[in-house]
Design a binder for this molecule. Structure first.
Ligand SMILES: *Cc1c(COP(=O)(O)O)cnc(C)c1O
Length: 378
């Protein structure tokens, strides 16, 4: 195959957010909202909140402007603020760190499990025995549900609130219990490339706690209890709009099928890569919704260059661990996270999205295989 220049569009993209790729024509949905003259926090948002709460299996869902706001509002809703310590992981793109810093609290980083790259229950156990934590944020990274039976039990026993970052895990479940239904509150993003994606920014909070739901509902809109009556400090404008809510309601019924097709691609890759010197995601069960198909390779950068030359898009989620980000590296100088740091140097995301054809998947497989044939002569 001829080498390609870096400016060519890839033949196999990393994502496809087009609704049409799922056989969905949103024109009528959009027109209805345009003609309704209700554009923010109206009946479409209410209908979506109801449907999404039912899908996750919790009583309350609250639409917000994006996933980062969801995390921030969850922390504020739980009463956290300056001076408090919040445990999180350092390999999940800095989103939880952004929210923790936004409320003036201090992120405390826990290393991750070497197999799943999710929060390690053993590390959590140690952290809960140390100085007090105001909350724990667990991220279901790449669409793999963390070890929630263990993590939820540990937090409950310690009396520490548990926030789930479900931005990569819409629909992931274990024993019939979905991501977002394990902790005190679940936070979702509907950024277009997420497993459930809008046509712009969007997010949601889910909870079974009526009082917390009320607080978070106030916080998303200026701290209002009733209109123009501010009952809570720390409020902001983080509303979900009607267009996004209508799109999300149209796409929600397709989510489980879309996740199944992501998992089928992951299974195809997994079978093909089994004999290669790569660490591939192990799960093909319902606790993995293949938001990102991430392999680990000791030759990550060379593999990535090889894929680019073959017209195959890839990316690194994420190259810089949170405690090493320039904005706070000196404040975090004491953090020691060997599994996280080694993962950051090795992770590589391959194309995996509903609508990726078998032929495209086979091109990815051929390119990954040919790299290893070239790199590892017998
Ligand atoms: C995308 C994402 C977020 C942030 O969502 P936005 O809607 O972009 O603010 C938070 N956490 C994780 C794990 C994400 O992947």
């Amino acid at each position: 195959m001829t080498p390609r220049s870096g400016t060519d569009l890839p033949d196999v993209p990393l994502f496809c957010a087009a609704a049409a790729a799922q056989g969905l024509d949103l024109t009528a949905v959009l027109r209805e909202v345009v003609e309704s003259q209700r554009y923010v926090l109206g009946p479409c948002v209410q209908a979506f909140e109801k449907a999404f709460a039912a899908y996750v299996g919790v009583p309350y869902a609250i639409g917000v402007a994006n996933g980062t706001d969801a995390l921030t509002i969850a922390l504020r809703g739980l009463g956290l603020g300056p001076g408090q310590r919040v445990l999180t992981v350092a390999n999940a793109g800095f989103y939880s760190s952004t929210a923790i810093r936004a409320i003036g609290a201090e992120p405390v980083y826990a290393d991750v499990d070497a197999t799943t790259l999710n929060l390690s229950p053993a590390v959590l156990t140690e952290a809960l025995a140390g100085p007090p934590l105001g909350a724990v944020v667990v991220t279901h990274l790449y669409g793999q549900l963390a070890d929630m039976p263990a993590i939820a039990a540990l937090c409950r026993a310690a009396g520490v609130p548990l926030i789930e970052d479900c931005a990569q895990a819409h629909g992931a479940r274990r024993d019939g219990r979905l991501a977002g239904a394990w902790g005190d509150v679940g936070c979702f993003s509907f950024y277009p490339t997420k497993n459930l994606g809008a046509l712009g920014d969007g997010g949601a909070l889910v909870t079974a706690d009526a009082v917390l739901a009320e607080r978070m509902r106030a916080l998303r809109q200026y701290g209002w209890g009733a209109k123009y009556e501010v009952v809570m400090g720390g409020g902001s404008n983080s509303r979900l709009d009607e267009l996004q809510a209508a799109v999300l309601s149209a796409k929600l019924p397709l989510l489980d099928a879309a996740n199944a097709s992501r998992r089928a691609i992951a299974a195809r890759y997994g079978a093909a890569f089994a004999h290669l010197p790569l660490q591939a995601p192990r799960a093909e069960a319902e606790d993995y919704v293949a938001h990102l198909y991430v392999v680990r390779s000791a030759q990550r950068d060379a593999l990535r260059a090889h894929l680019t030359a073959q017209g195959i898009a890839s990316d690194v989620h994420y190259p810089i661990a949170d405690h090493l980000q320039p904005v706070q590296a000196s404040a975090c100088a004491g953090a020691h996270l060997p599994v996280t740091e080694s993962a950051c140097a090795q992770v590589l995301t391959l194309p995996c999205f509903p609508g990726l054809t078998d032929e495209q998947a086979d091109r990815v497989i051929a390119a990954v295989s040919s790299f290893h044939e070239r790199a590892m002569p017998a």
